[in-house]
Design a protein around this ligand. Structure first.
Ligand SMILES: [Zn+2]
Length: 185
């Protein structure tokens, strides 16, 4: 009987011999162990062995990214924070919420098209930092009435306010967002 550790080592050697980059990491949020590699070129027999004997999920590299802070895997589609090309998972991003705010805040005078929004899970974090929710919900997209271009909307706010856009449930045709604001100290 081959032990699990032995099996893992054997597969690691096999991957190395075939020059396949791979990494065993934990996933963000659930802390499940996964094995990341390009599994396309790995025979199914080996894949089945891994999934059957080791309780590791096989994940392709392009399914997500590694958090630059805690090195856990973030499935793409998960909310991520990009700064200097480093990606942080939601948990780490909340730990450094003031940095996230600096990265995502907009000012009333801002007219650039490069406007970014955060997901709703960031609301408690930014509230703690003094941001308050504005009443109105905005909508931009392909339907008639979807006219709240963020660049236009943020011009309506006084220049002494910094703003954060929070994605409030968007689909393929419409982006809905709310604005959180705080006064610039
Ligand atoms: Zn992290």
């Amino acid at each position: 009987m081959i032990t699990e550790i032995r099996l893992q080592e054997e597969v690691e050697k096999w991957l190395e011999r075939h020059n396949i980059d791979n990494q065993i990491v934990l996933t963000e949020k659930y802390n499940e162990k996964i094995w990341i590699a390009d599994w396309n070129t790995v025979p199914e027999k080996i894949q089945e062995l891994i999934m059957g004997k080791l309780s590791l999920d096989l994940v392709f590299e392009d399914e997500g990214s590694i958090c630059g802070n805690c090195y856990r895997f973030i499935y793409s589609g998960a909310e991520i924070w990009l700064s200097d090309c480093e990606i942080a998972c939601k948990e780490c991003a909340l730990e450094f919420i003031e940095d996230v705010i600096q990265e995502y805040r907009e000012e009333g005078s801002h007219s650039s098209a490069n406007i970014k929004g955060l997901g709703i899970s960031f609301i408690p974090g930014i509230k703690k930092e003094g941001f308050e929710e504005e009443k109105e919900e905005y909508q931009v997209g392909y339907h008639v009435g979807d006219i709240d271009e963020p660049a236009k909307i943020i011009q309506r706010f006084p220049e002494n306010k910094e703003l954060i856009l929070i994605d409030n449930g968007s689909d393929a045709f419409t982006a809905r967002y709310k604005i959180y604001s705080r006064e610039i100290a």
